[in-house]
Design a protein around this ligand. Structure first.
Ligand SMILES: [Zn+2]
Ligand SMILES: [Zn+2]
Length: 288
């Protein structure tokens, strides 16, 4: 096996026993295992881990890469990463799988009917270090994940926005989640974009599950549901504190959502123009 990326961090480095994702020196003796292809190991080292290479490379094997989710030649790599940063890193392959799923479904379900509507990613997956103090300024470059332009119109204007939420659950009635959760901050970001741009926004839920081929696994997208922000707001059950976290979330009835298969019907009826009109006439309600 020809795994080529073999740089290692050595115990004489000032970054030894320091969280690789923390830009400053933050002590962590938590050794985090990641199965990665060379390309993704280098990408994480450069973009997320402050150019600090792994402390260990295992032998090459074939399996799923823990970042790009591809079946390829990989190796176990280890870094010092504290548990909070590691959670963020383990979230990347889920976001990557969700983003891939959205584009696949869009091309399969929407494009055949509306080739003029182009889905554009603004900022879904942000692979980046943790910079203390600059969290809010740097972590969210864009307040929303996708925009859709109408390329049949002069100047190819944006006609609506999409915020993507990812989770393991289905939204089908019989097997699905009881409540759809959206952080209050996310809701505020979405309605701020709508008010500033005077365009409606939709929320898509991507079901992403894990598929195991031990010792590796990958995240794989299953299905996509959609709702618009007015319908979501009308299905708010309550706002409450998120368990174990220092923030509030809105909890919504999942019946606000429909499978993406029904989205072309909404687009065909120019649903997004009706929502834009409603936004300009009534505005969009804040959360209580
Ligand atoms: Zn950290
Ligand atoms: Zn990879």
């Amino acid at each position: 096996m020809s795994i080529e990326f073999r740089d290692v961090l050595t115990p004489d480095s000032p970054f030894w026993e320091k969280c690789a994702r923390h830009q400053n020196l933050s002590t962590s003796r938590n050794i985090a295992p990641l199965f990665l292809c060379d390309e993704c190991a280098i990408r994480l080292t450069n973009d997320c881990f402050n150019q600090r290479p792994p402390i260990y490379h295992g032998q090459g094997l074939v399996g799923y890469c823990g970042l790009c989710n591809e079946w390829r030649e990989i190796a176990l790599r280890q870094w010092f990463i504290d548990p909070i940063c590691l959670n963020v890193v383990y979230g990347y392959p889920k976001s990557i799988a969700a983003c891939k799923l959205i584009f696949e479904k869009w091309h399969e379900i929407v494009t055949p009917h509306f080739p003029n509507l182009e889905l554009q990613e603004i900022d879904v997956v942000q692979i980046e270090p943790f910079i203390p103090g600059k969290r809010s300024a740097l972590s969210k470059k864009a307040a929303i994940d996708f925009q859709v332009t109408d390329n049949s119109l002069e100047g190819k204007p944006v006609v609506f926005f999409i915020e993507l939420k990812t989770g393991p659950s289905s939204l089908l009635d019989d097997q699905g989640m009881r409540e759809f959760q959206l952080d209050v901050n996310d809701y505020v970001d979405i309605v701020n974009v709508m008010r500033a741009e005077e365009k409606p926004a939709y929320v898509f839920h991507a079901q992403v599950t894990e598929e195991y081929s031990l010792p590796t696994k990958r995240s794989i997208g299953k299905a996509v549901w959609w709702t618009d922000i007015f319908t979501l707001r009308a299905n708010l059950k309550q706002v409450r504190h998120r368990r174990g976290e220092d923030k509030d979330a809105g909890y919504y009835d999942p019946k606000a959502f429909h499978l993406l298969d029904t989205f072309p019907r909404h687009l065909g009826a120019k649903g997004y123009l009706a929502l834009a009109k409603r936004l300009s006439e009534e505005g969009i309600a804040d959360l209580p």
